[in-house]
Design a protein around this ligand. Structure first.
Ligand code: NAP
Length: 332
């Protein structure tokens, strides 16, 4: 988004303290107390609490509002909602944060580094200086690095059944993985596909037992235990088959689509020089949302806090905003 002077007037009218430094070109620089990077439940909760604490802030939410949670068809374990679509839940969270005064920009964070008395974050269209930063950029789907995966991405290979299921009505699909994402999204697919293969590298699923049982007992589902997807074949237009290494040898299974749910990788690339990361690239936390940098906090799936749920992400976001508020009260 390009900064225009009238936005400054509107925000000033709304009571936000926005310090604009025009650079003369389309790029501009702003200063806020708190920068929040991310757009999923952790960032939305941090935004809600930052706004309610009256802290001057900005949320840089990239082009995927709602994060990974928004791509989940049905969420049944977020207290207060017996069942709700991920997109609806995150839209409600955003509306609630906006009503409290949270300010969002659809801009992707590209770099983040230390600056004098703070942090400077550069996005695809601006530069933001903050006294504090909350990293809540979540995690992106992991890939297998097998032949056909990149080539047929968007032409049969997908990381989102919630988004792409309608293209597979009465067709065949294969899901890879054994975690909550694989099982939930596979269940979603069973409502539309004619046949579903589930490929998992072990002989049991790590997903919630109730959902796992529901999936494997579905008559459309064929399971491939102790198996690995080795190649995705296509005809140049789309996916036609999956090559699976099973305990009985290599099998080529005809399919129209392959959905990959083999874990996630934390979206920490822009923050490498700011905070210590784990070997797997997650933000190394201390006291739940603190990081190696006293001006930087982290929340949700981007962290090394193993239990990755919407309910824990929103808790982290709230804690991060509260920790900054406490620090400001104590030192400023
Ligand atoms: P996950 O729990 O890490 O599961 C990843 C799955 O992929 C595992 O079954 C793993 O096998 C398999 N896998 C990993 N690397 C592989 C490889 N190279 N080849 C083949 N298979 C591979 O990831 P997730 O399902 O995306 O979930 C991420 C987090 O979000 C979890 O904490 C999960 O509980 C949470 N989540 C919760 C819900 C919910 O509604 N409660 C929904 C979605 C996600 P192994 O089992 O052998 O390790």
């Amino acid at each position: 988004m390009i900064w225009r002077p009238w936005r400054r007037v509107i925000w000033a009218d709304m009571g936000f303290s926005v310090n604009l430094v025009e650079s003369g070109s389309e790029m501009a620089s702003e200063k806020h107390t708190v920068l929040i990077a991310g757009g999923g439940p952790a960032a939305l909760s941090a935004a809600l609490y930052a706004a309610r604490y009256g802290m001057d802030h900005i949320v840089l939410e990239s082009w995927k509002p709602g994060g990974q949670a928004a791509l989940t068809a049905e969420i049944e374990n977020y207290p207060g909602f017996i069942s709700i679509a991920g997109a609806e839940l995150t839209a409600k969270m955003k509306e609630q944060a906006e009503r409290a005064g949270a300010v969002f920009r659809m801009e992707s964070v590209e770099t983040a580094e230390e600056a004098e008395n703070g942090i400077v974050v550069r996005t695809d269209s601006g530069e933001y200086h903050g006294d504090y930063l909350i990293i809540a950029t979540g995690a992106a789907p992991a890939t297998l690095g097998i032949p056909g995966e990149d080539e047929y991405y968007g032409r049969g290979v997908s990381f989102c059944a919630t988004c792409d299921a309608p293209f597979f009505r009465n067709r065949r699909a294969i899901v890879v993985g054994g975690g909550d994402s694989a099982v939930k999204e596979a269940l979603h697919l069973t409502h539309v596909v004619s046949q579903l293969g589930l490929v998992h590298r072990r002989d049991r699923l790590r997903a919630e037992p109730y959902l796992a049982e529901k999936l494997v007992s579905n008559e459309k589902v064929t399971t491939y235990w102790n198996s690995h997807l080795r190649e995705i074949k296509g005809d140049g237009q789309g996916v036609t088959a999956a090559v699976i290494e099973t305990p009985g040898g290599m099998k080529t299974v005809e399919t129209d689509g392959v959905f990959l749910y083999v874990g996630t990788k934390p979206a920490t690339e822009p923050f490498r020089s700011l905070v210590e990361l784990t070997e797997k690239g997650a933000v190394l936390t201390r006291n739940i949302v603190g990081t190696s940098n006293p001006r930087v906090f982290a929340a949700g799936d981007v962290t090394d806090n193993g239990f990755r749920q919407v309910v824990t992400a929103v808790s982290d976001g709230a804690r991060a905003a509260a920790a900054i508020f406490d620090r400001i009260q104590a030192y400023d």
